[in-house]
Write a protein that binds this ligand. Structure first.
Ligand code: ZN
Length: 157
């Protein structure tokens, strides 16, 4: 398999952002949500609400998001929902950890059993350090909804 060049990765990154920003997946409030959290990134003006409906087996039956913000934030939220849908909460959390590591240019130590192909493309954001918080906001918000009782998330403390 050919090694992807930086240019190819950048083109893939742009295409994925455009696709998900233009056609966000799982967009909208879940009426039957039993988990919810809000996240804000004041530096960019991004704001996202993440909703989950967890089943009795503690897996993600449904996931949705609403919000407003830049294309990277909205696309990343869309990709997050696609990634964690139908997973157990434990698996979903592993993907959150993996993506947040990739986005800052670190290898994740939980990559073994995870399919990270799309997340590695999205992690192309690391070439644009000012936008990393845009890309990780929805993931931190999802983690709060799933594991921290839905506390609000901000990128700035
Ligand atoms: Zn942003």
């Amino acid at each position: 398999r050919d090694v992807q060049t930086m240019t190819e990765l950048r083109d893939l990154y742009q295409a994925v952002i455009l696709d998900h920003n233009n056609n966000p997946r799982n967009y909208g409030k879940l009426t039957l949500a039993n988990r919810h959290a809000e996240g804000v990134n004041p530096l960019c003006g991004d704001q996202v609400n993440v909703f989950f409906r967890l089943g009795d087996d503690v897996s993600v039956k449904e996931v949705g998001f609403e919000g407003r913000g830049c294309a990277i934030c909205m696309a990343s939220a869309s990709i997050m929902t696609e990634t964690v849908k139908h997973l157990s909460v434990v698996q979903a959390d592993q993907y959150v950890t993996a993506f947040c590591s990739l986005a800052v240019g670190e290898n994740s130590d939980v990559t073994g059993r995870l399919d990270l192909s799309t997340l590695k493309i999205l992690a192309g954001v690391k070439a644009y350090p000012a936008r990393i918080k845009c890309a990780t906001l929805a993931w931190h918000t999802a983690r709060s909804a799933l594991s921290k009782g839905g506390a609000s998330v901000t990128t700035e403390t």
